[in-house]
Design a protein around this ligand. Structure first.
Ligand SMILES: [Zn+2]
Length: 476
């Protein structure tokens, strides 16, 4: 009975996709809904999102941004205005054609993203350099009609934040674009313990309508990459199309410089695939809805439950702590807490009470630590920090082990089969080579990394002079 929960999960190295599906359902993060590709985010999954959201929202506000809310529906004519943008999103747009029984004069789309809504609004409220910068952010849901879907990673509807800003100068917009990329990298690395590679997208991979797109890329347990957050410099593209102009300091009209940046519930999928193991989820303490689960041992014996509740009470103010005093067997409770990725399990039984101690069990390593009663709180706080940093270290180690270098296509293909993961290789800048690499290997260009030296002077595909170092990988 006690083993049953664990036996229901597929071994991750046998079938990673099935393992992922098992974890998201058995750990009670999601349930499927009756619309294909839509998911119900259950309380435990939503609590994780709320914790991520709280950390990111704080950083967004600390960097001077304000939250706003835009409508869900976009008139077709408005969406059509920016040609590259509509070309990029058209295949994924869901349309509203009727209001009740009445056919609408103009179709309305359910926002796949809100650039055009922000653009229309900015045109109305920005007139002078005194109105700048405008630093807006929105938390919302969006809909993209994806063909193949997977919980968190690709769903018809997902939750996210989208920042949209307007600036006086090109330089200011570029600084904003990179500042928000840094915010995303910080959330990933410090809060989610996911190491990222920061860089620029190639022209082929950049956002529809952007001048340039920057990304943070992370590597999953199975060696596939996942785009974990993007920040775009729009230049004056949208501003010129939508007529968002301001009187500059010289009294002349000019278009504003814009940025946009987004971070989504997708990151929960990344967190599962970076840290999880064969027992289920492994959650970073910073976002774990329950950081410590207290499990009373032999709880029918006198004094055990009282002692467990006493510990619960003493930890409640500083930590997210819960107690499982149900009549399930301890073994079952252990498995359940492992499945849910709770960072620390605290066991307390008659012998512990006699010895004035408790036992702490780390989810990530399984290590058991005896702690004297008067030291419980400090020991837990220290251990949570240790778990947080060792999850990061472990993920970084994994990424470095799975990052290789290739100077020709034989090496490239060989590395992809033998190691998987990121391949660093030089590129001439020609999209034809990028397309060929994708056709032949299914690996796509992930980013042109900041601050990395070149590794050879010729393009890995065509042998002509190389312009950029690129991280390539198969990706989610
Ligand atoms: Zn080339």
């Amino acid at each position: 009975m006690a083993k049953q929960l664990v036996e229901q999960i597929t071994n991750m190295d046998e079938d990673f996709a099935q393992w992922y599906t098992d974890v998201v359902t058995k750990a009670e993060l999601i349930d499927y809904s009756s619309v294909r590709g839509s998911m119900i985010i259950r309380p435990y999954g939503y609590a994780i999102w709320e914790n991520i959201k709280a950390s990111l929202d704080q950083e967004i506000k600390d960097t001077g941004h304000e939250n706003v809310y835009m409508p869900l529906l976009i008139p077709e004519s408005l969406l059509q205005k920016e040609k590259d943008h509509i070309k990029g999103f058209a295949p994924e747009v869901a349309w509203v054609t009727h209001g009740g029984d009445e056919k609408l004069a103009e179709r309305l789309c359910i926002r796949p993203t809100s650039e055009v809504l922000f653009a229309e609004h900015y045109k109305n409220i920005i007139h002078s350099y005194r109105d700048l910068p405008k630093l807006y952010n929105q938390w919302s849901n969006v809909v993209r009609w994806e063909k193949t879907t997977r919980p968190f990673l690709r769903t018809l509807e997902f939750l996210w934040q989208e920042g949209h800003t307007c600036h006086e100068t090109e330089d200011e917009a570029q600084k904003e674009t990179l500042k928000m990329l840094d915010v995303y990298a910080d959330i990933c690395e410090r809060v989610l313990a996911i190491p990222v590679v920061k860089g620029k997208k190639t022209e082929k991979e950049k956002f529809a309508g952007a001048k340039s797109t920057y990304t943070i890329e992370s590597l999953m347990h199975d060696g596939k990459a996942l785009q974990s957050g993007t920040s775009h410099n729009f230049g004056t593209g949208f501003a010129e199309t939508f007529g968002i102009e301001f009187l500059n300091r010289e009294g002349k009209l000019e278009p504003v410089q814009q940025t946009s940046w987004g971070f989504t519930t997708r990151i929960i999928g990344a967190m599962i695939m970076v840290h999880g193991d064969d027992k289920g989820l492994v959650l970073p303490p910073a976002i774990a809805p329950i950081q410590v689960l207290i499990v009373p041992i032999a709880q029918h014996k006198e004094g055990v439950l009282d002692a467990a509740y006493e510990v619960h009470h003493s930890l409640q103010t500083s930590l997210r702590v819960s107690i499982d005093a149900s009549d399930k067997k301890p073994g079952w409770k252990f498995n359940e807490s492992e499945m849910k990725g709770i960072p620390i399990r605290l066991e307390i039984g008659p012998k512990d009470i006699e010895n004035e101690k408790v036992v702490l069990v780390r989810r990530d390593t399984g290590e058991k630590i005896d702690v004297k009663n008067h030291e419980i709180e400090t020991a837990i706080e220290r251990l949570l920090q240790k778990i947080q940093s060792s999850l990061y270290e472990k993920a970084l180690e994994h990424r470095l082990t799975k990052t290789t270098v290739a100077v020709n296509m034989d090496e490239f293909k060989d590395n992809l089969i033998q190691v998987g993961g990121f391949i660093k290789a030089m590129w001439c800048g020609d999209q034809a080579c990028e397309d060929q690499i994708k056709d032949q290997t299914q690996a796509t260009s992930r980013c042109i990394p900041f601050e990395e030296k070149g590794i050879s002077v010729t393009c890995v595909y065509c042998g002509r002079a190389a312009k950029e170092l690129v991280y390539w990988a198969k990706a989610y």
